[in-house]
Design a protein around this ligand. Structure first.
Ligand SMILES: [Mg+2]
Length: 266
């Protein structure tokens, strides 16, 4: 049965770095032919949905910014809803800072004034920032993380530390975990999926390369799940894993195998 909606992870599923994965463009094109609703959902906090739309367009994949969400956009929405006026200290990348600024959030530099600490991927993260984060949380500030990814892919082929590494360092030294981590597989990410696909999530499919984020979100939402082996997860890792995807695909090119039946427009 053709699903009503498909959630597609980006890095490791559609592209790697700046290069589309072989067959990804065609696979998205076939989903379009089937007339399923799409949601491109990334745990990268650093870019806006519009920037992702541009990047996808460069790869020959047309997507409306309204079909795209990221840990950055989900965190921004969360803060706009829950902390619209609160002074926020951000440990994060310039690309996340600009999303907060565009949304009118109250970013501050002085840790003593912070009511909220947001922790995320930050290449400038150092001992001084860790100290400020500790002191901020010691004042009782709310602790928010953008996404749980401990590592992220790097063009070298080796993983590099992601938001989860920085959130974890702060959580460890401060002795408490964030109240919310906004990206996949959080309840906040589910809110975005709910809004896009409505109440019929059991008729939807999620495709991604990570068990602990993509497949975990699918399990949380009651969606059918498909793991692709073009990203961080090796087939050997599946044997001992807590989460079992419904389908394991060599790549997104094989998606038709799990969709069943010809496209509705054939
Ligand atoms: Mg991925």
């Amino acid at each position: 049965v053709t699903p009503r909606g498909v959630v597609l992870d980006l890095d490791g599923t559609i592209y790697r770095g700046n290069d589309p994965l072989p067959g990804a463009r065609e696979a998205v094109g076939r989903l379009r032919e089937r007339d399923v609703q799409l949601l491109f959902l990334s745990n990268n906090p650093t870019e806006t949905p519009s920037a992702y739309a541009e990047r996808l367009a460069e790869m020959g994949i047309e997507a409306d910014p309204g079909e795209i969400a990221s840990a950055g956009s989900i965190t921004t929405e969360y803060l706009v809803r829950e902390h619209p006026e609160d002074p926020i200290l951000l440990i994060g990348a310039p690309g996340l800072r600009s999303q907060f600024e565009a949304a009118g959030l109250s970013l501050i530099d002085e840790w003593r004034e912070a009511a909220v600490l947001v922790a995320s991927y930050d290449r400038e993260f150092d001992y001084e920032r860790l100290t400020e984060a500790l002191w901020t949380l010691d004042t009782g500030a709310t602790f928010v993380g953008t996404d749980p990814d401990l590592t992220v892919p790097h063009p070298s082929g080796r993983p590099v530390p992601g938001s989860g590494a920085i959130i974890g360092a702060i959580a460890r030294v401060a002795g408490r975990d964030p109240g919310v981590i906004c990206g996949k597989p959080s309840a906040e990410a589910r809110t975005v999926v709910d809004r896009r696909f409505g109440a019929s999530l059991e008729e939807c499919l999620i495709v991604g390369d990570r068990l602990d984020t993509d497949i975990a979100l699918g399990a949380r939402c009651g969606m059918e799940t498909a793991l692709v082996l073009t990203g961080v997860t090796e087939r050997a890792a599946l044997a001992g894993a807590e989460l079992t995807p419904d389908h394991v695909l060599e790549s997104i090119s094989d998606l038709d195998d799990v969709l069943g039946g010809p496209s509705t427009t054939d």
